[in-house]
Design a protein around this ligand. Structure first.
Ligand code: FMN
Ligand code: SF4
Length: 518
């Protein structure tokens, strides 16, 4: 049996030298006259171990990491093609505790397969959902997605099946599926990992969405900062087209569906669905007023499903295993699994997919292993730049849409950014306002002007200029932004600001201005 060596081609692995490691491995193979197949897989999501090199041995797939090109000769000397012992050896990959304790439904194949091998995709249960969908009536597919309890993974948590039903019922000459792959939230990378590690699952999910709603064309909208994801997605679409998964007759059925990737310049607000649609139409990325809903008048004025990558990538397993299987995971109204992204000052950062219901403390302290700096955790921001800061006192909050909302927080795209006890929460509040001021599309006053005033007010607090009156003003400003903004960029910026103020009031004290603005 020819040994198989896996070296990830995921951006996170490439950033820490995976290409150099792959080159060193092929060089060493030929220098030693050895034969092995090198597969460039996706990432397993254990970022602190990247580049994580795996070898398929008689005793399963074993892992070594983090590997540099300098380690490669030593790995060969240690007999790593047979799973030999080495200081970087972690044993069987699936037994590594971070992986072992996960429930991978959406990410089942990521890191396991060659992302561009349809043979691998089929071998690991790919296309079963699409085959099932083809045998069903569109309304039945929509009902299955609704029954699964799947909610939008892009931020708002809106039930996916209900959105699809609106598009299914709308009469139009053309309908569209738009995949929101803008992934602008801080500390998030799950969409990118899917596109780079298992692109066919997104293609399959979008094709199912098309068949379910009567849409024949799909667009993946992503940002120019994702060059590897763009290249892999485009190659995968070509392969799927050649194989008859996409085109005039999806898998030989009566349904047509095709898709392409479109690249935006990378503005946070272009992740907002209506702004995204404007950008996709070649216009400036400015938010549209709702109604009309994109589901009724979306891309080019036609009924459009706009769904996040993770929402669409979760559909194939639902159509394969059934609504009840998926719904069985989770708690309350948060059903299924969530690919959670652990980032910031954290020891074990990466992708952790699990059923809803795990507590924030378990995620940060146990799974993430606390801070990378070794200092105590002081705050975590969940849900991107518009998410609230939670102190450890709220660590018993279960990962659940409603439980987070009850604490004035949000799950959003499930990014968790960890800060240690050196963080200055006034600076973080200022950063939230500044971010909003920079990223605002400018359409409505509370956000366009309010965010600028917010930065000024926080600077006055830092400067000791009647701080108590400024705090009152800040709260008032936040109320106005919450109530009067057209979209969630202006409407949710108050959440990080007010949570910093509520949970860390001691930080809202005068300090040198230059320090506050750093
Ligand atoms: C300022 C702003 C930025 C957003 N950025 C993203 C994004 O990067 N990706 C995403 O999927 N949704 C983003 N959203 C949410 C989208 O507007 C929309 O709710 C989502 O794409 C719907 O898909 P889902 O139902 O599958 O979550 C953003 C919303 C706002 C207000
Ligand atoms: S809240 Fe901000 S980003 Fe949203 S529409 Fe208003 S100005 Fe634009």
């Amino acid at each position: 049996m020819t040994p198989v060596i896996f070296v990830p081609r995921d951006s996170a692995a490439l950033a820490v030298g995976a290409d150099r490691v792959a080159k060193a491995i092929t060089g060493e193979l030929s220098a030693r006259g050895l034969e092995a197949r090198v597969v460039r897989n996706g990432s397993r999501g254990m970022h602190w171990l990247e580049p994580l090199v795996e070898v398929r041995t008689a005793h399963g797939r074993v892992a070594y990491g983090p590997v540099t090109e300098k380690d490669v000769p030593g790995l060969f000397d240690a007999g790593f093609l047979e799973g030999g012992e080495h200081p970087l050896f972690h044993g069987e990959t699936k037994e590594i505790p971070f992986l072992k304790s996960q429930t991978r439904l959406t990410f089942a194949r990521v890191g396991v397969t060659d992302p561009l091998s349809l043979e691998d995709y089929r071998h690991y249960k790919g296309l079963r959902g699409l085959h099932n969908a083809i045998a069903m009536e569109p309304a039945e597919i929509v009902a299955t997605v609704t029954d699964s309890g799947l909610r939008g993974r892009g931020g708002a948590g809106f039930p996916t099946g209900i959105k699809w039903n609106t598009v299914l019922k709308a009469e139009a000459d053309r309908k569209y599926i738009v995949c929101n792959a803008d992934e602008g939230d801080s500390g998030t990378f799950a969409d990118r990992m899917i596109m780079e590690g298992d692109p066919f699952v997104l293609i399959e999910g979008m094709a199912i969405a098309g068949i379910a709603t009567g849409a024949t064309k799909g667009y993946i909208y992503t940002r120019s900062e994702y060059p590897h994801a763009i290249a892999i997605m485009r190659e995968a679409i070509e392969i799927a087209r050649r194989d008859g998964i996409l085109g005039a007759s999806v898998l030989g059925s009566r349904h047509a569906f095709d898709m392409e990737v479109r690249v935006g310049a990378g503005a946070y607000v272009c992740g907002e669905e209506t702004s995204l649609l404007n950008s996709l139409e070649g216009k400036r990325g400015v938010v549209r007023a709702k109604p009309p809903l994109p589901a009724l008048q979306g891309l080019f004025g036609r009924p459009t499903v706009v769904n996040n990558v993770l929402s669409l990538a979760s559909v194939p397993v639902i159509l394969d295993r059934g609504a009840a299987f998926y719904r069985d995971f989770g708690v309350g109204r948060s059903r299924g699994t969530m690919p959670i992204q652990l980032a910031g000052n954290i020891r074990h950062g990466g992708l952790y997919e699990t059923a809803f219901g795990v507590t924030l403390g378990t995620l940060v302290e146990e799974i993430g292993g606390g801070t990378a700096s070794g200092r105590p955790v002081r705050a975590v921001q969940v849900g991107g730049p518009l998410g609230a800061y939670f102190p450890p006192a709220l660590f018993d909050t279960p990962f659940d849409y409603e439980a987070f909302a009850a604490q004035d927080g949000l799950i959003g795209h499930a990014g968790i950014v960890v800060f240690d006890d050196t963080v200055d929460m006034l600076k973080q509040a200022r950063f939230a306002m500044e971010f909003c001021a920079i990223e605002s599309c400018g359409k409505c006053t509370p956000c366009r002007i309010g965010a600028v005033r917010g930065v000024e007010t926080l600077d006055k607090i830092a400067g000791g200029e009647r701080p108590e009156a400024q705090v009152d003003l800040l709260k008032d400003l936040c109320d106005t932004m919450k109530a009067g903004s057209l979209c969630a960029l202006g409407g949710f910026t108050p959440y990080p600001v007010l949570s910093a103020l509520t949970h860390f009031p001691q930080d809202f004290t005068p300090r040198p201005m230059a320090e506050a603005a750093e």
